[in-house]
Design a protein around this ligand. Structure first.
Ligand code: PHE
Ligand code: NA
Length: 445
């Protein structure tokens, strides 16, 4: 079967589109707030450079050498024990699982785009009521927007790599950067900006706990889309002459820059108009709309633009979350792209209904086990276990299973002197770090 190929720029935009998501604009600012600012940011940055960047190259390499869906790529590249190694490819399931809540959150964002046109909450308390009312009692609104998100994503992926995914990213990624860039420039003119800079870049080491460290490492993974085969699947459609190291550099650079720009901008607005940084997961849906309200006439305009940018970020990540499994059924079972896209879409749409119900009064009681409801469990199992495990498998696979000569042939000319340190870090540093992160996140250490 002949795969449509990305152009080189198209690949970088699509991989950056995958990486830049809800993780950057919603999660990064709020965990930075929670774990104390500067020192946390520094740990995250070091992790991205030392571990994230090297796994990004490794994951791209598996896709680039394998040229197939994730399962077949693992199978074909393993010289021995093919049946065991091909299990690594089923990491791609994590993408469908993530979609169960990702699509619901994109639905909330759609809802906020529409409501922010004419309404903003006058206080943080009011904002909290608005958000929790939607979350706990408004099943139909959430289902409606979740379905819209499903329909849009499924439509795009059914058009394929070139005229679906590449095209989507060609429009949405520049638009996203222009919107965030514009709002960021406005933020730099406000008095709150210097407070935001201090908060994000002045390390206060007293706030660094071992948990902060683990969260920073885990987030580096999630934010770069590593460990589940999204980047691998895109790299399977790279042109032969593509430079993996350069591509990986751009993806890491864009993802990191956008996280920092979004963080500085949000904290500036919160210092200037709101209640300061440490506001937890409600930051984007609760504290921020209340801050936009204080902006006056510009507020609605900014709020709508902001939620549009957030939706763009979420949608370009979503297509990369479903594409690996779509590719798998096309490659291995000969399904048509339409059939595969609809089936994968239906899977996350259907389970997404339970994610919504697990927050709704009256049904949430039945969908809660232990301290977490279904929505939180899916988030937890994917981010805390599946992605780090996937990263570990990929590092070991490139470090020990693929013959070194094959790795060297592609990567050494691109990395030059840095090849040896990269290979070393992939073999020893990364597996140990990922293992520790996994155990801590599972609460074992
Ligand atoms: N990187 C995306 C984000 O930051 C999430 C994601 C994870 C996308 C894994 C694809 C694969 O939101
Ligand atoms: Na990201």
């Amino acid at each position: 079967m002949k795969l449509a190929r990305f152009s080189r720029l198209g690949f970088i935009l699509a991989a950056a589109g995958s990486a830049v998501g809800l993780g950057n604009i919603w999660k990064f600012p709020y965990i930075t707030g929670e774990y104390g600012g500067g020192a946390f940011v520094l740990i995250y940055l070091i992790t991205v450079l030392l571990i994230g960047f090297s796994i990004m190259i490794a994951e791209m390499l598996i896709g680039y050498l394998g040229r197939r869906d994730t399962v077949t790529s693992f199978e074909e590249l393993a010289p021995r024990n093919k049946h065991i190694w091909k299990l690594g490819g089923f990491q791609a399931l994590a993408g469908l699982f993530i979609m169960i809540f990702y699509s619901v959150v994109i639905g909330w964002i759609f809802n906020y785009i529409i409501t922010s046109l004419s309404y903003l909450p006058a206080s943080v308390e009011e904002a909290e009521t608005t958000f929790t009312t939607m979350l706990h009692s408004n099943f139909w609104i959430q289902l409606f927007y979740h379905t819209l998100s499903f329909a849009f994503i499924t439509y795009v992926v059914h058009k394929g790599i070139k005229s679906g995914i590449e095209k989507l990213n060609y429009y949405l990624m520049p638009a996203l950067m222009v919107i965030l860039g514009g709002m960021f420039i406005y933020a730099t003119t406000l008095g709150g900006f210097s407070k935001a800079v201090d908060f994000m870049f002045m390390p206060d080491w007293s706030k660094v706990t071992s948990e902060a460290f683990v969260v920073a490492v885990g987030h580096a993974f999630f934010t770069l889309s590593l460990g589940m085969g999204a980047i691998m699947t895109y790299a399977a459609s790279l042109p032969k002459d593509a430079n993996l190291v350069k591509s990986a550099f751009w993806v890491v650079f864009l993802d990191t820059t956008i996280a920092i720009v979004a963080g500085l901008m949000l904290f500036t607005f919160l210092y200037q108009y709101g209640s300061g940084p440490a506001k937890g997961p409600g930051l984007v849906f609760i504290s921020l709309p209340a801050a936009f309200y204080e902006m006056g006439i510009l507020g609605n305009f900014f709020a709508v633009l902001f939620f549009i940018a957030l939706a763009f970020a979420g949608l370009t990540s979503s297509v990369s979350l479903v594409e690996p499994m779509i590719q798998y059924f096309i490659d291995r079972f000969g399904w048509s792209r339409l059939k595969s896209s609809l089936s994968m879409g239906f899977f996350f749409w259907f389970l997404g209904i339970f994610a919504i119900l697990s927050n709704i009064d009256g049904t949430k009681e039945f969908l809660t086990w232990g301290s977490k409801n279904f929505f939180d469990w899916v988030d937890y199992v994917t981010a805390a276990i599946m992605l780090p495990l996937g990263g570990l498998i990929m590092a070991v696979f490139v470090g020990f299973v693929i013959p070194e000569s094959e790795v060297e042939k592609v990567v050494k000319p691109q990395l030059k002197w840095a090849y040896k340190p990269w290979y070393f870090s992939l073999r020893y540093l990364t597996p140990v770090a990922m293992f520790v992160v996994m155990l801590s996140l599972m609460g074992i250490i």
